[in-house]
Design a binder for this molecule. Structure first.
Ligand code: FAD
Length: 504
């Protein structure tokens, strides 16, 4: 068959949920993926006796079966819940600020968060209680306006939403708190968005605090690969086709409407709808071609800024995590309280104690994650891809190992014995991210998500008929938002198919 209702380009989170939802609804679907496995960033790879998790540190939106989060409901409706086992993490995060000798662990429970912070910052006791009370009240209004799409919104009904939805995180922190260290202690999630508190929308910060405290951070047995494989199975079990090792080279547009795709193999396949999980730049510039790009889309592409890629050490240790002092699953390791300086460091190639690092370890909560007596650790920092693109090929390996060594030196004061216990190590640079995800400069967070680019303004709509986007380039990045975006794209297509059938 060379004609489908829908072709989905890319089997990352967004592509997989789009293809699975469409196939379940009875649409004929072809999913094209350039890599030889599904998942995009949501995959694993093997080195020695370890299967390394590529991306998932903290999964949001799951909740328990008694108190389900939105992502649990979504995965249930797609039909993968019985294939998955979730592991609840017992820390929200540990944050270390080396210059201040500050070390704090918060548990994923709002009362505990408030209590612990009040103990550490007694002079701001009331402000801490007020702030988190405010985060909850504000986010309840966001749910009403944005998620429930209340048709009758007004500043009287949603006063906090109207006042704060477009404020920066820094503006709100400054309104509540005095001590810079406290502000740093409650805002490390900025590294999950890639913009420091001054540039980051407060709504995004509130969403993470609310989401992780209400529905807890989770990990998956078998890692994110288990989720990607389960979603791919739903596609094929419902009659969909997946072609791995086969990308889309061109999207065929006729009279302002998608007509099909030309694959990397040169095969032309027709369809009525396309969901692209590739980057927006790849989709429009490479696949569609500048002659078909609508003016407003071109303007949007020119105005947007591409986010950072990751520099990541995947380490297999020959010991349990506690042996080297790793006691929490999620650890934000900050040099000091200057988030703007840490953000500026992301433009540099080298790694120093001023960089913001995140160290994750799943073995603390899932004793079967690594071989018995061993464990694995992911150490990540964000780096823009441009400096890496300038490195001559014959200097690439030396540079990457030099940066890996610098990164290990930064964490040495905290984990002095870790290096001795490294049995396997793999280093991923922005070039690696670029190679495996196909995104420009290896960006892992899509376009930068400045306040002006907030989801409160941007709709996932294309001016090319039949074209939809899914994944981290059409909204926020992260597992929950990208998985949701594919379902949203599929829902719009299902609506269009139904409308077309009614007319016919
Ligand atoms: C190191 C790291 C840590 C992270 N930690 C977390 C975390 O703890 N919690 C969290 O929620 N999120 C985390 N994220 C973010 C999350 O992994 C991503 O936001 C999400 O996986 C992106 O999904 P996506 O749908 O945008 O697709 P992507 O993962 O970007 O995949 C896109 C897919 O499209 C394919 N493709 C591209 N071009 C073509 C083409 N022309 N033809 C065919 N296929 C094509 C690619 O091969 C790829 O498979 C992390 C990411 C990284 C990299």
């Amino acid at each position: 068959m060379t004609d489908y209702d829908a072709i989905v380009i890319g089997a990352g989170n967004g592509g997989l949920t789009a293809a699975a939802s469409l196939a379940k609804a009875g649409a004929s679907v072809l999913l094209l993926e350039r890599h030889n496995i599904p998942g995009g960033a949501a995959t694993s790879f093997c080195r020695g006796r370890f299967e390394f998790e590529v991306a998932l540190h903290q999964l949001s939106g799951i909740g328990s079966s008694e108190y389900p989060g939105p992502l649990r409901g979504l995965l249930d409706r797609i039909g993968v819940m019985d294939k998955l086992e979730f592991v609840e993490m017992d820390d929200l995060y540990r944050i270390v600020v080396q210059s201040e000798n500050f070390d704090l662990t918060l548990r994923p429970d709002i009362k505990e968060v408030v209590r612990e912070l009040q103990l550490r910052f007694p002079s701001e006791k009331e402000a801490i209680a007020d702030f988190f009370n405010f985060v909850y009240r504000f986010f309840s209004e966001v749910i009403g306006v944005y998620y429930m799409q209340d048709p009758e919104t007004s500043p009287e009904k949603y006063p906090l939403y109207f006042k704060y939805a477009l404020k920066s995180t820094q503006q709100v922190l400054d309104e509540f708190f005095k001590e810079p260290l406290l502000k740093t202690a409650v805002s490390p999630y900025w590294t999950y968005i890639g913009l420091p508190p001054k540039k980051m929308n407060f709504s995004d910060m509130a969403a993470m605090f609310f989401g992780f405290c209400e529905f807890k951070p989770y990990h998956l047995k078998g890692g994110s690969m288990a989720l990607s494989s389960a979603l791919a199975e739903v596609v094929t079990e419902n009659g969909g086709t997946i072609q791995y090792n086969c990308g889309a080279r061109k999207i065929i547009i006729e009279e302002g409407r998608v007509r099909g795709v030309v694959t990397d193999m040169g095969e032309e396949i027709t369809c009525r709808y396309i969901v692209s999980n590739a980057s927006k730049i790849t989709t429009y510039v490479d696949l569609i071609g500048s002659e078909h790009i609508p003016e407003s889309t071109m303007k949007e592409l020119k105005q947007s800024r591409i986010s950072q890629a990751g520099f990541i050490l995947y380490m297999g240790l020959d010991c349990e995590p506690e042996t080297v002092g790793i006691t929490e699953s999620t650890n934000f390791l900050m040099g000091n309280t200057d988030e703007d300086a840490a953000f500026e460091r992301m433009k540099e190639l080298d790694i120093s104690s001023q960089d913001a690092l995140v160290l994750s370890c799943y073995d603390l909560r899932d004793k079967e994650f690594s071989p018995e007596g061993a464990s694995q650790v992911a150490l990540v920092t964000l780096k823009y891809g441009q400096p890496w693109l300038k490195i001559p090929p014959d200097e690439y390996y030396d540079t990457k190992f030099k940066c890996a060594d610098q990164m290990l030196k930064v964490i040495e004061p905290l984990y002095p014995d870790l290096r001795k216990h490294i049995e396997e190590i793999e280093v991923a640079t922005p070039i690696t991210c670029m190679r495996y995800l196909g995104h420009p400069t290896g960006a892992i967070y899509g376009f930068e998500h400045h306040i002006k680019d907030s989801d409160h303004f941007i709709a996932n709509r294309s001016e090319i008929k039949g074209l939809y986007g899914a994944g981290g380039w059409v909204g926020l990045c992260g597992f929950q938002p990208t998985l949701e975006s594919g379902v949203k794209a599929a829902r719009s297509i299902k609506r269009e198919i139904k409308k077309a059938e009614e007319v016919a």
